[in-house]
Write a protein that binds this ligand. Structure first.
Ligand code: DX5
Ligand code: ZN
Length: 220
């Protein structure tokens, strides 16, 4: 039996009831909190920053999976460690010296992830894959929740899985954007280890049951 990681994206939570929504995730079968940090420069949206992450960290009892959609992420690696990040993912497209950035994340004791935009081929990771803990494939263009899933993602997952296997390394594959109960199982069958779900979880009438359902259909 597989244990697919389910990571609800806090971006889709009700910020006026953030503690309630965090407790919901704590009490669910979810594995991680997915935290989207957007700077309005790398992506055309601003989400939330340090004070909100500090508030999340105060109540969250699960792994904090932080997805940085910001330019020049090196400036904030230490800060995100202090704010409780367990996994820190930067965008390939935002890093000129990606190898240095990845080493700096690991030196702080966090797991290092690299995210790829929908247009970025997985082959760009060929010479860094062995240094990574996680690759996040964006299945929508980053910046907003609630967008539709890009079908080419399956193909990218298969290519990434082949690259990981060819290098004989152990890297998790995470998918972010438009995940729901219709595409979750096929994604896992293609090689995905972790699924981010924002709107599908938080807009559901019963988010706890929705998380349990995602966990069940992906664990067969
Ligand atoms: C998009 C973010 C996602 C977003 C996913 O830029 O990286 O994590 O919250 O939301 P849904 O699941 O609603 O597409
Ligand atoms: Zn994200």
């Amino acid at each position: 039996m597989k244990n697919t990681i389910i990571a609800p994206s806090v971006l889709a939570a009700d910020f006026a009831n953030l503690q309630r929504d965090i407790e919901m995730v704590n009490n669910s079968e979810a594995d991680w909190f997915h935290i989207d940090i957007m700077d309005g420069v790398f992506v055309p949206n601003i989400s939330f920053g340090m004070p909100v992450l500090a508030a999340i960290n105060k109540h969250a009892k699960k792994t904090l999976d932080v997805h940085l959609m910001i330019v020049d992420p090196d400036r904030y690696i230490k800060t995100f460690k202090e704010l409780g990040a367990d996994i820190l993912t930067v965008h390939y497209e935002a890093c000129t010296h990606l190898h240095r950035t990845v080493q700096a994340i690991k030196a702080e004791g966090m797991k290092a992830g690299v995210a790829l935009n929908p247009h970025t081929p997985v082959s760009v990771l060929e010479d860094i894959i062995q240094d990574l803990d996680l690759v996040l494939i964006m299945s929508v263009n980053p910046g907003f929740g609630g967008q539709s899933f890009i079908e080419n993602t399956y193909d990218k997952v298969r290519k990434l899985k082949a690259l990981i296997d060819a290098k004989g390394t152990n890297v998790m594959i995470e998918i972010d954007g438009g995940v729901n109960n219709k595409n979750a199982k096929a994604l896992v069958d293609a090689g995905v280890d972790a699924l981010v779900a924002g709107n599908f979880v938080f807009s559901a009438s019963d988010p706890i049951a929705t998380i349990a359902d995602l966990k069940e259909i992906t664990s067969k």
